[in-house]
Design a protein around this ligand. Structure first.
Ligand SMILES: O=P(O)(O)OC[C@H]1O[C@H](OP(=O)(O)OP(=O)(O)O)[C@H](O)[C@@H]1O
Ligand code: HPA
Length: 180
């Protein structure tokens, strides 16, 4: 285990198992719908890569990069679009893949944008959900795990750009970020 991690919450095996389960459900739900699967960079890259390989349907993928945390553990509340989608969403069945929903501000912004652009349907699939911190009424359609109100890293999630490559999700030790 990385020495900066206080506790492992979800192992590589648990994540693999839940990805399989969600992928199987998505295969059923999106049969014949040719979904556009959107990865919210950068945190969702690992989950996206796992999920799409478990979806046995015709799918197209695209990427969007938005940021509200910068180098902090607290959301700035201001969601900036750094990279927009390459393809139009009008009339498409869109599935957003996220690593975590915390305050919900990031997804609130993305979902309204996609609806404004006339997507036929917009659904959310997130590996982690931290409902205790929610300030926006965002409700995910597919959830891997509910996490406690702790700052978590690994499997795509970062603190100051690091820890994304850990194969598990763990709680970051407070001393790593408390002086920032
Ligand atoms: O529900 P919220 O409070 O909005 O938080 C969730 C968002 O925060 C993280 O992204 P971040 O802005 O840190 O960018 P990253 O994915 O590149 O790490 C995470 O990947 C989600 O997109
Ligand atoms: O707990 C978290 N960890 C990493 N990134 C995040 N973005 C929102 N919440 C988190």
């Amino acid at each position: 285990m990385n020495e900066d991690i206080k506790e492992i919450l979800y192992s590589k095996e648990q994540i693999e198992e839940i990805s399989k389960k969600i992928g199987a459900q998505l295969t059923i739900d999106y049969a014949g719908k040719k979904p556009l699967v959107i990865c919210v960079l950068k945190g969702a890259i690992l989950f996206m890569a796992d999920i799409i390989r478990k979806m046995d349907t015709y799918t197209e993928i695209d990427f969007m990069d938005v940021s509200s945390y910068g180098d902090s553990t607290v959301s700035s509340g201001e969601v900036k679009i750094i990279k927009d989608l390459d393809v139009p969403v009008e009339g498409r069945n869109v599935l957003i893949i996220e690593d975590i929903i915390d305050t919900g501000k990031t997804l609130q912004c993305i979902v309204s944008l996609l609806k404004h652009r006339k997507a036929q349907s917009v659904k959310i699939c997130t590996l982690l959900d931290k409902p205790e911190r929610r300030v926006e009424g965002v409700v995910p359609n597919y959830v891997g795990f509910q996490v406690p109100n702790e700052f978590v890293v690994g499997y795509g999630l970062d603190y100051q750009g690091m820890y994304r490559n850990l194969p598990y999700v763990g709680i970051l030790k407070e001393e790593i970020y408390e002086n920032n």
